[in-house]
Design a protein around this ligand. Structure first.
Ligand code: NAD
Length: 460
């Protein structure tokens, strides 16, 4: 167990390494990204086993949503890093004659990356890719709840990289609190809104900038004009992936009354097709992370009318894919982020009613809308606010590297993935470079008759 003094030593060593300027070399960053890719590829089985032990993740889900996603992100960064890091020329107004202007991306320094347990591998590695690409040193603090993945991450990273460049520090919330009392140049936090507030308050004491990747209740709205079979399939996949423990899983369904029964019938047969008649036996269905979350979720089952699933088993931390009808906004299931395999259903008569319901809640991390009607798609985009949107799908917008991923309002601040990660971990330094060829005297005193000329120049 590391002590506060040892954190301090690691940080001091990272400061020295950063000051050496080594990480500013783009070739060094590419080399480190390649090393990261190599070690992840070599350790794939160990990572998979840890994810299986922590969350019963199938090999397929582990690859799709954790390992493969990280390899894809590394490849993408290696491919684009030179153009991202290149100083960017911008226009210079005539009043600055003779000069040129550019934006220079410089690394921030030492960054702290704190993760959640639900995608415990990628939530550490994806931000790390951005931190390396932008030329920073990093301290990683994985979630203590995904205990096996935390250990694998610590082994992989600490045996591959020098601790004065990147280091994993394992531990619980006390460890996070101790780390937060140190001075960092940026804190990247993924987790709950509650803890996000603590992180931001601690960061404020040292004026450290933060990225907060938080959660919330992601609505999934289904219009009557939709392809019901595909809609059901895409909702079931996004909701029950990782047993519903996904920050952007559809939290609740808002469905047009006219297609509600049809949709629920399709959802039922889709669950059977995916996980069989008894999902507890499916090799593809996950488990709840721990007993505390299992008990929290079981309490939510005492709401409305369970129309699909509901079975549960503490010894295995299993909760069946569950759909609950007849819920109201007063029920507990609608008052907190569910973060588990329970899908409440609320019907609406008119889309504006659904929009008003969504807008009465804090801004969500994602929003899903299923409809063939393009006018209604525009109506949703114009009249709601959320971190991201998938139209006619769920979750998949996170897989587009050119789309920044992050929340808005209560669901977070800042974003990452692809270039957005590079930008998050860079300072955009504005540079004006003046020539000695001429020195226009118009800005110098005495100002007397120069105002007219300045007005003309600045207006044109
Ligand atoms: P959490 O906030 O409980 O924990 C996250 C991290 O904070 C952990 O590393 C933990 O050690 C630390 N922590 C916990 N309590 C703390 C305290 N009092 N002081 C300082 N540090 C503390 O979150 P979680 O349960 O791991 O994750 C679930 C939440 O994360 C959900 O709300 C989910 O929506 C959100 N999430 C968001 C994203 C995203 O990308 N936006 C991704 C995954 C999860």
């Amino acid at each position: 167990m590391l002590t506060q003094q040892s954190y301090n030593t690691i940080l001091t060593e990272q400061r020295h390494f950063f000051a050496s300027g080594k990480t500013k070399d783009v070739a060094f960053r590419i080399e480190q990204l390649k090393l990261l890719k190599k070690v992840i590829t070599e350790q794939e089985i160990n990572i998979q086993n840890a994810l299986k032990d922590d969350l019963n993740k199938s090999e397929f889900e582990s690859y799709l949503s954790e390992i493969g996603l990280c390899l894809e992100e590394i490849n993408y960064a290696i491919k684009h890093i030179k153009s991202w890091a290149k100083p960017q020329k911008v226009n210079t107004p005539l009043t600055q004659f003779l000069a040129s202007s550019q934006i220079y991306s410089e690394p921030l320094g030492i960054v702290l990356i704190i993760g959640a347990w639900n995608y415990p591998f990628q939530l550490m590695i994806l931000p790390l890719v951005g931190a390396i690409a932008a030329g920073n040193c990093a301290i990683l603090k994985p979630s203590e709840l995904a205990v096996n993945t935390s250990e694998v991450l610590s082994n992989i990273i600490n045996q591959t990289f020098a601790s004065n460049f990147i280091h994993v520090i394992e531990g619980g919330k006390e460890t996070t609190q101790q780390l937060l009392s140190e001075k960092f140049d940026h804190i990247f936090f993924t987790g709950s809104t509650e803890v996000g507030k603590i992180v931001m308050a601690e960061a404020a004491k040292q004026l450290t900038p933060v990225t907060l990747e938080l959660g919330g209740k992601t609505p999934c709205i289904v219009d009557a004009n939709t392809h019901i079979e595909y809609t059901a399939r895409r909702i079931v996949w996004g909701k029950f992936l990782n047993a519903g423990q996904t920050c952007i899983a559809p939290d609740y369904l808002l469905v047009d009354k006219k297609v509600k029964q049809d949709l629920l019938t399709n959802i039922k047969s889709c669950i059977q097709n995916f996980y069989g008649n008894n999902p507890v036996e499916s090799p593809d269905y996950g488990r709840i992370i721990n007993e505390k979350h299992f008990n929290r979720l079981c309490k939510l089952l005492n709401t409305g009318e369970i129309i699909i699933g509901g079975e549960n088993n503490l010894s295995d931390r299993y909760i069946a894919p569950t759909v609950i009808d007849r819920v109201s906004w007063e029920d507990a299931v609608m008052k907190e982020e569910i973060f588990g395999p329970i899908l409440p259903v609320i019907e609406y008569n008119d889309l504006s009613e659904a929009i008003a319901l969504v807008n009465s809640q804090p801004k969500p991390l994602a929003l899903y809308f299923f409809s063939n009607n393009q006018q209604k798609q525009q109506q949703i985009l114009r009249n709601t606010s959320s971190g991201g949107v998938s139209i006619n799908d769920t979750v998949m917008h996170t897989g587009v590297p050119d789309l920044p991923f992050g929340g808005v309002g209560a669901s977070g601040m800042g974003s990452y993935h692809g270039k957005a990660s590079f930008d998050t971990f860079s300072h955009k330094k504005s540079i004006l470079n003046k020539s000695f060829l001429v020195d226009l005297k118009v800005r110098y005193a005495p100002y007397k008759e120069k105002l007219k000329l300045v007005k003309q120049l600045m207006k044109s």
